[in-house]
Design a protein around this ligand. Structure first.
Ligand code: HSE
Length: 318
């Protein structure tokens, strides 16, 4: 009788992420230490990717070609030239879908990361980005400012997509992030469909000045400059109307002492920064009150930037 190739289950975690950081549309993102998706995986006899279970969300297909964990897992098998291998997955979602916190990216990263571990890590961290990008592209679009920080941790600048060139940026030591997610789904695809194809040069000048200032602020550990540099002159004015109550909520965050406040990724989550935990709690309350004014319940997450990215919680490498 042939011996079964089933391995022990391993479990991995991939963090939620904030893409764009205000002005840096599709180019800078960072990972959060407060929230993420977990994924269990093991090798099985039957070749291909099999999703046994998805918990924590409704409406995500267990068809591996229809969710990012499955697509990234399959693409990782392909890239590692291991298509004869079989992998079984249980996905445990903690990041709400369509929230602007990199939900699809975290699942993709968890899928790719787990398969690479099961195969004995034939691929480097940076090589793993390709399968993650393919998965993200299948559901949201071709951008890396969620998948790169979810995989690598910290702040990551996407200097170029093809070929992929990344620049890791420093994390200011006192940075505290308040992310508030209203109970409202906004799909990334929809939030990208409203974006202009062309912009005015004078808008571009203001925007790239702020992106430069943002990168300098990270290097100089200057949270006041970081907050100022978060102002987005191009994307936020077009996307904010898609998020009920956004403008008043942002004003409330700034009035409560936030150093800056912007849309997280494609929204509807908004994030604010500060260097003080007590202030962060007050900011969260005011942001939630802002959403409550338009009858939206919300969830607040206060935390630091995770410098770790994806990691193994159980099994090999522990
Ligand atoms: N940079 C992407 C966007 C991130 O803003 O559309 C999506 O989470």
């Amino acid at each position: 009788m042939a011996r079964s190739k089933k391995s022990e289950w391993i479990e991995v975690f991939a963090p939620a992420t904030v893409a764009n950081c205000g002005p840096a549309f599709d180019t800078i993102g960072f990972s959060l230490d407060t929230l993420g998706d977990c994924l269990e995986a093991r090798l099985v006899d039957k070749p291909g990717v099999h999703i046994a279970e998805i918990t924590g969300t409704k409406g995500l297909s267990t068809d591996p070609t229809k969710n990012t964990a499955g697509i990234a897992a399959q693409e990782t098998l392909k890239l590692a030239k291991s298509l004869s291998q079989g992998v079984e997955i249980r996905l445990h979602k903690q990041i709400p879908q369509g929230s602007g916190l990199g939900s699809s990216a975290a699942s993709a990263v968890a899928g790719a990361y787990a398969v690479n571990i099961l195969l004995g890590e034939p691929l480097s961290q940076e090589e793993l980005l390709e399968p993650c990008l393919a998965a993200e592209c299948a559901v949201s679009g071709y951008f890396a400012d969620n998948v790169a920080p979810a995989l690598l941790g910290g702040f990551v600048l996407i200097q170029n997509l093809k070929p992929l060139r990344l620049v890791r940026l420093p994390v200011p030591d006192k940075l505290i992030v308040t992310a508030v997610t209203p109970d409202y789904v906004l799909l990334t695809r929809e939030a990208r469909a409203v974006l202009p194809e062309k912009i005015l040069l004078k808008q571009a000048v203001r925007q790239w000045a702020n992106i430069g200032a943002l990168v300098a602020a990270l290097h100089q550990n200057d949270l006041k400059l970081l907050g100022e540099a978060m102002e987005d002159f191009i994307i936020e004015p077009v996307r904010a109307p898609l998020i009920p109550g956004f403008d008043r909520m942002k004003q409330a965050a700034l009035a409560a002492g936030a150093l800056g406040c912007a849309i997280s990724g494609a929204g509807p989550t908004a994030f604010a920064i500060t260097d003080d935990l007590t202030k962060a709690e007050k900011i969260a309350q005011r942001m939630q009150a802002g959403f409550a004014q338009v009858s939206l319940k919300s969830q607040a997450h206060i935390g630091r930037v995770s410098t770790q990215g994806a990691r193994c919680l159980r099994g090999k490498n522990r």
